[in-house]
Design a protein around this ligand. Sequence first.
Ligand code: HEM
Ligand code: HEM
Length: 202
Amino acid sequence: MSQKDIIDWGDDSSVHLPNIPKARQVKVWDILVRVTHWTVAAGIIANLLFTENGSELHEYVGYTVLGLVVIRLLWGLVGTRYARFTSFFPTPTRLKRHLSDLSVRRVDEQHLGHNPPAAMMMLSLWAVIIGLGITGYLMEAELLGNADLLEEIHGLLANSLYLLVPLHIIAAIAMSYWQRQNLIKSMITGKKTVTAKPSTMT
Ligand code: HEM
Ligand code: HEM
């Protein structure tokens, strides 16, 4: 991590005793991650609960959400450290390490980005949203004859969000308690509090 990633030292930055954990604020989520997260969330909730199914507004909101997800996915290839797929793609090795590290209830430098189960949830959410955009478009464009089947798939994908989104929110709240820090606030400010022994800090 470069020096400029460190935004701000905690109040205890004057403590120099060895082996006493120090807390500091680290920038984790860049502006693109945060803005796309909250606009996508707002658009999905609007289309699930408030817009008239299949209306013009529903379609505009759906395409906007789709566009934002595509931008976020491209950012996963070229973006900042914790936004990149390479930093959070849930490989079996990462999953095993995560499960054995679960006893670490605070966040240290190894646990800053999405953990592997969270990453699986995020990949599923992105896949469902892209599926909704594609089936929505195909329905509207009438490119494929079988509109009933497309409607059915679109409805099934939307229904899966009624399950995935609350699970995602419950997991974010549960992990906030577990790690003793507000992960939802981190998705707003971009910062996480890291505890690490002074000797391991860069
Ligand atoms: C953010 C993504 C989207 C969400 C969450 C979403 C959600 C929904 C839901 C919950 C329904 C009702 C399904 C049912 O009756 O079982 C629906 C219907 C529909 N959606 Fe979407 N949608 C999205 C994107 C789109 C897009 C991009 C389009 C097209 C451009 C679209 C076009 C339609 C149409 C035409 C219907 C009516 C289908 C019917 O007659 O039953 N949707 N959508
Ligand atoms: C329809 C609603 C939502 C969708 C589709 C959604 C989707 C996502 C996605 C795709 C990410 C990964 C972000 C990225 O790397 O760019 C994410 C992260 C996150 N979301 Fe949501 N989200 C939704 C609503 C919410 C809500 C309402 C909350 C809070 C109450 C929330 C809390 C979080 C948190 C805390 C993270 C970061 C998790 C971590 O630290 O690893 N999300 N969400």
